[in-house]
Design a protein around this ligand. Structure first.
Ligand code: ADP
Ligand code: MG
Length: 430
């Protein structure tokens, strides 16, 4: 029997206690409060955010907790329970993009980005993080960290953006800028919007067109797995990330170049006009015929079909057409594998095994090049199919590939999002 390590979410009380204890042990005083933000799973709509497309994330019950105390000066000290012996220090005064190293870039970058945006009230801080979001698994531990930091700074420095959905967009922008400019990790906004704007029992249909206002760019779609007797399994393949940054930037550049050749601001414009045409297949073919480069054609085909799949998935799920929803998961993965070329053998094999073991559909989630897969399965057979999936994955991959050892079970998780959301909206003070 394969040993399966389930990653249980930290409860609110555990998270608050862990972060507070680490803060006390590190700095010898009390934090001003504890705040939290969740990781996320993107159901469908991958590599579409930076193409002004559509995505459909749900928040995980797994959250990153930050105990924080503001300082009178511009110094920042941060510690995390992944390496609790080491405190990283930085100074916001005169800090330039790229001026911090290691994981501390993420929280320091948020304070830097807020100050760059003109929030001069933001000064230094001491912070301690405790998290149960798996790191580097495509479940957005980085956004959980930047968003929890942004919520904490917003609260202690009285910026007033954390309490409303529209206000949070200001904090999301700081979190995005931290990742893009300070950490040098390209991100299109999906992760940060998911972490800050998902609500209980819903998937967030995020429309990334830049011209939309915060009130227009999200809608909450009911996502109740229990209603259909379903489970969503999340498996972290633990495959090492390969060339992630360079490859991501390349994909992004190819999409931007394609939009330029097609004479549009972004690929969403093309996706919308194809979706509205009488014969979308023919319209897609005509669009691709305008591009000479075969690789570019494949990338564009993924983006356009993936944007359409988000709407199709929302409709299928709302109407209880689970077979169709599963087929869309499969089509998304196959497109990411063949056309966008961001999967690795570990992801493809895990997806194959899930499909062969009774999943309605399975796909990689997150940016790819390693990370996690999700599989939609019947709850009644959940435990059995889960075990078979993990056993089979292990057997199949153990000879030359990393085993799928860690997984999250999401029906329980979906229920717990209520708790995550309620607590993260206001910040949770001990
Ligand atoms: P993902 O966001 O999918 O988990 P990323 O590569 O974007 O993957 O972000 C992972 C990185 O974020 C880690 O390598 C680390 O630098 C940083 N990070 C996230 N959470 C924590 C944490 N709790 N403690 C320390 N570093 C963290
Ligand atoms: Mg990330």
């Amino acid at each position: 029997m394969t040993a399966v390590e389930f990653i249980e979410p930290l409860s609110h009380d555990e998270g608050v206690k862990n972060a507070t204890d680490l803060f006390r042990a590190t700095y010898g005083e009390e934090p001003a409060g504890v705040w939290a933000a969740p990781g996320r799973v993107n159901l469908i709509g991958e590599h579409t955010d930076y193409n002004a497309g559509l995505c459909l994330p749900i928040a995980l019950p797994h959250r990153t907790f930050i105990a924080l105390k503001p300082r009178e000066d511009t110094k920042v000290r941060v510690v995390s329970d992944v390496d609790s012996e080491n405190v990283t220090e930085a100074d916001l005064d005169g800090l330039q993009a790229g001026g911090v190293e290691g994981w501390a870039t993420y929280p320091v970058g948020v304070a830097w980005a807020l100050r760059e945006a003109g929030f001069d009230a933001v000064q230094g801080f001491d912070a301690a993080f405790s998290s149960c979001v798996p790191l580097g698994s495509g479940l957005s531990s980085s956004a959980a960290m930047t968003c929890s930091t942004a919520l904490a700074l917003d609260d202690v420095y009285g910026l007033g953006y954390g309490a409303s959905d529209a206000g949070r967009v200001t904090l999301i922008n700081a979190a995005i800028k931290s990742e893009n400019d300070m950490a040098g990790a390209s991100t299109g906004g999906l992760d940060q919007n998911a972490s800050m704007r998902c609500t209980f029992g819903h998937a967030l249909r995020l429309d990334c067109r830049p011209e939309l206002s915060p009130l227009e760019n999200v809608s909450q779609q009911e996502f109740d797995l229990d209603k259909y007797g379903l489970e969503l399994l999340v498996l972290d393949t633990q495959a090492p990330h390969q060339l992630n940054d360079g490859q991501y930037a390349q994909r992004r550049a190819t999409c931007e170049k394609a939009a330029e050749i097609l004479g549009v601001a972004n690929l969403r414009v093309v996706a919308d006009s194809i979706a509205k045409s009488d014969d979308p297949f023919q319209a897609l073919k005509e669009t691709l015929d305008k591009l000479e480069d075969d690789t570019m054609k494949k990338r564009v085909r993924h983006v356009i079909t993936e944007i359409a799949r988000v709407n199709s998935f929302v409709r299928a799920f709302a109407n209880g057409k689970i077979d169709e929803a599963g087929r869309l998961f499969n089509a998304s993965h196959d497109s990411l594998a063949a056309d966008y070329e961001v999967t690795v053998p570990e992801l493809d094999i895990a997806v194959d095994v899930a499909r062969a073991n009774g999943a309605y559909g399975a796909r990689m989630t997150g940016g790819g090049f390693g990370g996690s897969i999700i599989a939609l399965v019947d709850k009644a057979r959940g435990t059995r199919s889960h075990r078979r999936l993990l056993t089979a994955s292990k057997r199949k991959v153990s000879t030359h590939l990393a085993p799928c050892r860690r997984s999250l079970r999401l029906p329980r998780a979906a229920r717990l999002i209520a708790e995550a959301d309620a607590k993260t909206r206001v910040g949770a003070r001990p």
